[in-house]
Design a protein around this ligand. Structure first.
Ligand code: HSE
Length: 434
């Protein structure tokens, strides 16, 4: 039997526009393949002229949420406005009114899914958010349906396309951060205010959602260690390359004996690691399950049609399933008190120092590491790279050190001690996953 479904789209930007096009262009295809006849019944926009020019019929245009929810033909509301204020109010209004919601909004789901889900459960509506994480890559459905037989032990992902584009270009062209960011902005890969992406907030919101689903426990974003890419230099990417490493902004989630460990930071990975070849604005997530072993998903994490693909797959899921599915964990504002979070995590580290070119300097440096109980894998006096500040480095030499796995607190302590020696300075500290 054919099921008739009415959809409302809130916002007609990159994602909303792509969703509108996909739903209208594939209407016959969904009817033929999935027995659902989906009609866009309402589109909420600020600028009606723009929407008309986009091809949206006048009779479906709305200018407020009350009009949308008052339409009895609307079964599913798609939220593609972004941000938290209006979006939260609109989603709550729709759920209270008995409409299932599909959203692409990672910040909203990360911060408020517990509130939204409470209302959805009360009214029996669905709340779906595949598009909130990693765009067109079906990571949420994979976690919910594909690997649910496993205890997911680890997840490592390149889940922000803007930073991956910037780091890939810096690596390919030997360019520095500032100039690469400008180029990324010019080409539309980075926003005019790039903070959300380059400081790692976007990846942090996504990691909070994904690790909550993967580990079946609420992982609030406040528990995630975060460091962005703004301090990364082309010099360190080049030294890392010499050591066989590629630099990525990684989102890492682990669920081990010591508890849940979640972090987002620039990370050197071996150039042979499957994630090292994920370049430009592409995204990928690498999972380890106790039964399946390694699984990797790769694709477009942003963009109009890739994100619309995720939105519409949720619309189709909601249209073809009578049972509503909620979180696989107790969805509360804070973490479950019984769950331990690892704050002093372990990692290997790359350090670049600029040190006096004198006898005894190396001995002093290795003395610090030895006192801090940190074992070293590599210590090399390296030749200067293009872009190093010649005046600042006068009489000094660059020294690159890679440590064995140690605790974050120990390395921070070692850095403070090294700087206190006054024989040079630690110029860069980058975590290494081997
Ligand atoms: N700004 C994000 C990115 C896309 O660069 O990956 C939307 O999540």
């Amino acid at each position: 039997m054919i099921k008739k479904i009415g959809v409302a789209i809130l916002g007609l930007g990159v994602v909303g526009g792509g969703t509108y096009k996909l739903l209208t262009e594939h209407k016959e295809y969904y009817l033929k393949t999935q027995n659902v006849d989906i009609t866009v019944e309402a589109v909420l926009v600020r600028n009606k002229e723009k929407a008309l020019a986009f091809g949206v019929p006048k009779n479906v245009l709305c200018s407020n949420i009350a009009e949308v929810v008052a339409n009895p033909n609307v079964d599913i509301v798609v939220e593609t406005i972004g941000g938290c204020e209006a979006a939260k109010e609109y989603v709550l209004t729709a759920l209270r009114d008995g409409k299932t919601v599909v959203t692409a909004n990672k910040e909203l789901i990360c911060k408020y899914s517990h509130e939204l889900e409470r209302v959805a459960k009360r009214t029996g509506c669905g709340l779906y958010f595949e598009a909130s994480c990693v765009g067109g890559v079906p990571i949420i459905r994979t976690l919910l349906d594909g690997v649910q037989a496993n205890k997911v032990q680890e997840m490592m992902g390149i889940i922000n396309g803007t930073t991956n584009y910037i780091l890939s270009k810096m690596s390919q062209e030997g360019a520095d951060y500032g100039e690469t960011l400008k180029e990324a902005q010019r080409l539309g890969y980075a926003e005019a205010d790039p903070t959300n992406d380059v400081e790692g907030f976007d990846a942090l919101y996504k990691l909070s959602i994904l690790s909550s689903l993967a580990f079946h426990t609420k992982v609030p974003y406040t528990k995630i260690f975060r460091e962005g890419i703004t301090k990364v230099t082309g010099i360190d990417i080049a030294y890392g390359k010499d050591l066989g490493y590629t630099l990525k902004l990684l989102a890492i989630g682990k669920n081990g004996e010591d508890g849940v460990e979640v972090r987002v930071h620039p990370t050197f990975i071996p150039e042979t690691h499957p994630l090292a070849s994920v370049s430009d604005s592409f995204n990928a997530v690498y999972l380890k399950g106790d039964a399946v072993g390694d699984v990797m998903l790769y694709g477009r994490g942003a963009g109009s049609f890739p994100t619309a693909s995720a939105v519409v797959s949720d619309v189709l899921y909601a249209s073809t399933h009578s049972e509503v599915r909620y979180s696989t964990f107790k969805n509360t504002a804070n973490a479950d008190g019984s769950v331990k979070f690892v704050s002093d995590f372990e990692s290997a580290y790359y350090l670049r120092l600029s040190v006096d070119d004198e006898a005894g300097v190396l001995a002093k440096i290795s003395g610090v590491f030895s006192k801090c109980n940190i074992s070293l894998v590599e210590v090399s006096q390296v030749s200067k790279k293009k872009g190093q500040n010649e005046a600042e480095e006068m009489g000094r030499v660059p020294l690159v050190i890679v440590t064995h796995t140690t605790k974050e607190s120990l390395i921070k302590n070692a850095v403070a001690k090294l700087n206190a020696l006054k024989i040079g300075e630690v110029k860069a500290l980058i975590r290494v996953e081997r």
